[in-house]
Design a protein. Structure first.
Length: 300
């Protein structure tokens, strides 16, 4: 029997990982297999972990989590080979990509017998909508979706939130949810009629992003890191990673989206040191300069 697939798209830092975590940890009774771009961004409490083997994390509620290993079809084969078989597959699309390419892969007739694309959900950073709504990539992610889930709405005024809903209501195809309220997984799956999708549109090719993957085998000084990130933040769209600080025994999970940055205790892993990913618009983000500034923290 073909396994339904839920594809989650959304711009950098919109809240896709938080949404997927909620799906995995909810009491839905389904065996969900989540395919994500990076295990490190999935913050699952240790009490929920069962086992890890062959790149797959097992959860005690029957769900699994698998990092995207090479191409999507290879990873799907790994997931579909699990025993027991998943009842739902959740795929996280890259925040810097048009989901049209993933959609075209998933509606391949050969794959359809094993896994069928049922729903596309776009997670939207609600406070970011006024600044992002003219972005071609953001618009492509919204256009390909069946459901829009508004994240980070807690700080918005009632008028601002109503304006966002009204803007999407003009396009009647969308079902809009506020993630500040519980959304049952049954809202997204269990459709009787498959959605007709465009398999011909070429995915938007957006090469405006510059990346830096920075690693250090030891701990760094917290105040120095904060100073460097304050300097870099105006040129960054997204930053995330695990960091070891000299002042803390436990590793920390660092997240930055726009001007919002957080540090929280990281899930326990076997890794040490620091691993950080920075993404920015290449017009303003100088990856070489950023690497030099971070490297300087290791020489103090």
């Amino acid at each position: 029997m073909s396994v339904p697939v839920l594809l989650v798209t959304g711009f950098l830092g919109a809240g896709k990982t938080t949404f997927i975590n909620q799906l995995l940890q909810a009491e839905h009774g389904l065996r969900i297999a989540a395919i994500v771009n990076d295990f490190g961004s999935i913050n699952i409490d240790a009490a929920l972990l069962d086992a890890a083997a062959d790149g797959v994390i097992g959860l005690k509620n029957g769900c699994i989590c698998c990092s995207l290993q090479g191409d999507l079809l290879r990873t799907l084969k790994i997931v579909l080979g699990q025993n027991p078989h998943p009842e739902l597959i959740v795929i996280e699309a890259s925040g810097v990509a048009d989901p049209a390419g993933v959609i075209q892969s998933l509606i391949d007739p050969v794959l359809w017998d094993q896994a069928r694309l049922e729903t596309v959900v776009c997670v939207i950073d609600a406070p970011d909508v006024p600044d992002r709504s003219g972005d071609p990539l953001w618009r492509a992610q919204v256009r390909e979706s069946d459901f829009l889930c508004l994240a980070k709405t807690e700080g918005l005024s009632a008028d601002a939130l109503a304006a966002i809903h009204a803007g999407f209501a003009v396009q009647s195809k969308y079902h809009v949810f506020d993630l500040a309220l519980p959304v049952p997984i049954s809202a997204f799956v269990g459709r009787d009629t498959p959605v007709a999708r465009d398999s011909t549109r070429a995915p938007l090719q957006d090469d405006r992003f510059a990346y830096l993957e920075w690693r250090h085998g030891g701990a760094i000084e917290l105040q120095g890191f904060q100073a460097v990130m304050s300097q870099l933040a105006p040129s960054l769209l997204r930053a995330k990673g695990f960091l070891s600080f000299e002042q803390h025994q436990s590793r920390m999970l660092f997240q930055l989206t726009g001007t919002r940055a957080t540090l929280a205790r990281a899930p326990k892993t076997d890794d040490d040191g620091c691993q950080l990913v920075l993404i920015g618009d290449r017009k303003v983000f100088d990856a070489t300069h950023a690497a030099a500034a971070l490297d300087a923290l290791t020489h103090r």
